[in-house]
Write a protein that binds this ligand. Structure first.
Ligand SMILES: [Zn+2]
Ligand SMILES: [Zn+2]
Length: 424
């Protein structure tokens, strides 16, 4: 077997419990806010993905994104053309469109892997949260506050907001004119491709490979100067509400987004202060996206969290360990012929919700203690012929190295008492 690392490595047990804890936390918060989980398909019809990308991004950016989808089957087979999902919003809008007649507000969330090509296929794990069917300022503030609450629940005490507005079509038309004038003045600074891309979508970051290319619209351009009174009032409202909810924010008129479909308020969630703030997610309003994609009007607002990044920061900050109350028992037989009793004891402990690792071998007590420590167990229960004759077995506290005899008919009770003592 080759030893090289697989493109998509497995999640190992030492990580899985942390992912599950993280998921339990956000499931809990999202449920409190009446958000419902949907499980989106990972494999999508390629035509649907291509239409979705066209709605998300126009022009060269759309083509670049389309070229980066991970396609599963060959071009030549028309009936067998699938792509791995590159993002979730298009599927969510497709789902809402099928239920649009009821005019309800839909609160959805989903999480899992999304795929892109970049030096080979790449996977990111994201959480997506979407509120569909309302364009009210309350829905916008609800979604932003939910993101902050969620991150605080995961243990981030230093989360803050970056706010900006991409305006309405009227604001954007004025801003785009100003951007084109400014770009003309600085045309020598940009490569042709970036110049064209920014002239089409001034909210993007071009990720150009030429190190001399500024990748963003020229300095000094500020969308906020071009906002109409309504768009300005909407941004002021978000600032006021978020400040009153005790959420710290900064208005950043240079905040960009990969996708051009947002309108009105856009935001990023940032953790860390000072010189090393990290953006771990963000979102905004996308009231016009469903018209482009489905010819239906479904206003929406939502955000994503980069769960790979959230996981890594939580791990570095040791936020998982504050929840870890793992406790386990190692059970072994020191002499042959006691298998039945060993399995009965393990069954009794399992029924009492106590993690119990059963040793499959017959070894002496010292060797079994070494194995119990490898399994990170707290206590070891050892049955031997002599102890059973006296109606007892040995209970060893592995951290302290102490040993006591306990009655065979009070195993669970004795383990629970020892567990309580361990916590002190
Ligand atoms: Zn406007
Ligand atoms: Zn460039």
């Amino acid at each position: 077997m080759p030893k090289s690392k697989p493109v998509f490595p497995e999640f190992l047990p030492e990580e899985v419990w942390k992912w599950k804890l993280m998921e339990e936390r956000f499931d809990h918060v999202l449920k409190l806010h009446d958000y419902h989980e949907v499980r989106l398909p990972i494999l999508l019809d390629r035509g649907f993905v291509e239409r979705g990308i066209k709605a998300l991004m126009q022009g060269r950016q759309g083509k670049m994104l389309a070229a980066r989808t991970v396609n599963v089957c060959g071009e030549e087979d028309e009936t067998n053309r699938f792509s791995l999902r590159p993002e979730g919003t298009i599927s969510i809008l497709g789902l809402a469109a099928r239920q649009v007649e009821d005019k309800r507000i839909h609160r959805y969330y989903y999480h899992g892997p999304f795929f892109r090509m970049a030096d080979g296929p790449q996977k990111t794990i994201q959480l997506g949260v979407e509120l569909l069917g309302s364009n009210s300022p309350i829905s916008e503030n609800e979604v932003i506050s939910l993101g902050i609450r969620l991150l605080k629940e995961l243990g981030f005490r230093d989360v803050s907001l970056r706010l900006n507005s991409f305006g309405c079509e009227e604001c954007r038309r004025k801003y785009l004119n100003a951007v084109r004038v400014e770009l003309k003045k600085h045309s020598g600074d940009y490569c042709d491709a970036c110049h064209a891309e920014l002239a089409a979508n001034p909210f993007s970051h071009t990720q150009c490979e030429d190190p001399r290319c500024p990748q963003e619209v020229p300095e000094g351009l500020n969308i906020l100067k071009y906002l109409c009174p309504d768009c300005l009032a909407a941004l002021e409202n978000v600032k006021k509400v978020q400040a009153n909810l005790g959420h710290s924010y900064k208005v950043d008129p240079r905040l960009t987004k990969n996708y051009a479909y947002y309108n009105g308020t856009v935001f990023d969630f940032v953790v860390g202060e000072g010189s090393n703030p990290q953006t771990i997610g963000g979102g905004g309003r996308y009231d016009r996206l469903s018209e482009r994609l489905l010819k239906l009007s479904i206003p929406g607002v939502g955000f994503y969290l980069d769960l790979d990044l959230v996981f890594n920061i939580m791990d570095t900050r040791r936020l998982f360990f504050t929840w870890d109350n793992a406790f386990s028992v190692y059970a072994c037989a020191l002499s042959p012929g006691l298998e039945m009793m060993l399995l009965q004891i393990a069954q009794e402990l399992h029924q009492a919700d106590i993690v119990t690792v059963v040793s499959p071998e017959i070894r002496n007590s010292d060797r079994e203690q070494q194995h119990a420590k490898v399994h990170d167990c707290d206590l070891m229960l050892a049955i031997s012929e002599e102890s059973v004759r006296e109606g007892k077995l040995e209970l060893i506290n592995l951290a302290r190295g102490t040993q006591t005899s306990i009655p065979l008919n009070r195993v669970t009770e004795s383990v629970q008492i020892s567990r309580k003592l361990l916590r002190k």
